[in-house]
Ligand binder design. Structure first.
Ligand code: SAM
Length: 286
């Protein structure tokens, strides 16, 4: 059952819907965002947590719906994001703990959830400049890997993550969770392999592909002379020949022990912090 009532915060009187029923159609629509098909059709996705919602709004993302649990009612920061959501024409829902648990599929859910408009950056709009680093992921499959890579790219100061070919959805709940908010800070770009190769021919970048058969130790590469694109392979198959051929270097991370390879997200982290070593310091955080 849905009933409309007066909101308490200034500027949003009558704008808050109170919902306690799981069969409410709005809640059903939000729950359907667990499906890629619904996310694609609506162009929206879900992010959990008050801090994430505040950061996303500060970074200019468009919020469509703010959901908060009754326990969060009256908290000044929640009131503030509710006012901002209404001001942008969004919907504000005050729901029971049961409802927010069902939306997020968690036993101990966050008290605040935002439904945002998806935003991707176009490959053609990228004009890499010296000091910039991009990560290009070939057909990344695992949502946890992708989320961890977006978070790590953010932490290393990378300028974007390029998704090549059919990849896992950057806007799935699992990926967004693993990014810990960095999905709002790091531009994500989608491209076919052909488009990536065409862009690569125009862009003045150094493509460093990582390969288990790479002949070059990743620590010997000059990452300073051009903007760098770190090309990482699919979890099962690695990098296909067409992409490997387009690279300026095939880099390998030396390994000891029995493991055949590193996990994709770990390998990306190792590469990112080496490629940006000269740009990162404990003093300057920018
Ligand atoms: N069976 C795959 C193969 O033969 O390439 C293993 C892929 S590995 C799990 C996923 C990706 O992580 C690789 O394609 C590569 O980009 C990167 N990677 C993992 N370990 C690496 C290493 N020691 N040196 C360079 N790249 C590595």
């Amino acid at each position: 059952m849905t009933n409309e009532r007066a909101g308490e915060g200034p500027g949003r009187v009558g704008q808050v819907k109170e919902i306690t029923s799981l069969s409410n159609p709005i809640i059903k629509d939000i729950k359907a965002l667990a499906l890629k098909k619904t996310r694609d059709e609506t162009g929206s996705f879900m992010a959990e947590g008050l801090k994430l919602v505040i950061d996303a709004l500060a970074l200019g993302w468009t919020i469509r719906t703010l959901v908060y649990s009754k326990e969060a009612k009256g908290k000044p920061q929640v009131e503030e994001v509710a006012v901002r959501t209404v001001a942008k024409g969004g919907l504000v829902l005050e729901v029971s703990a049961k409802v927010i648990g069902a939306i997020t599929r968690r036993d101990n859910p966050q008290m605040v959830v935002g439904i945002f408009e998806q935003k991707l950056t176009k490959l053609d709009s990228l004009r890499p400049t010296l000091g910039e680093t991009y990560v290009a992921l070939d057909r990344v499959r695992d949502p946890g890997n992708l989320g961890t890579i977006i978070r790590t790219a953010d932490a290393a100061g990378a300028s974007g993550v390029i998704l090549i070919g059919e990849t896992t959805d950057p806007f799935s709940l699992e990926t967004v969770r693993a990014t810990m908010g960095s999905v709002f800070a790091v531009p994500v770009i989608r491209a076919s392999q052909a488009d990536f190769l065409a862009w690569r021919r125009k862009a003045d970048v150094s493509i460093v592909a990582t390969h288990l058969a790479g002949a070059v130790d990743y620590r010997t590469i000059d990452y300073k002379k051009k903007p760098v694109v770190l090309l990482m392979g699919n979890e099962q198959q690695g990098i296909p020949d067409e992409l490997a051929k387009a690279a300026d270097a095939l880099a390998r991370i030396p390994q000891a022990g029995r493991a055949d390879s590193l996990n994709l997200a770990i390998a990306t982290g190792v590469m990112l912090f080496e490629a940006r070593r000269h740009l990162l310091s404990l003093e300057a955080r920018g």
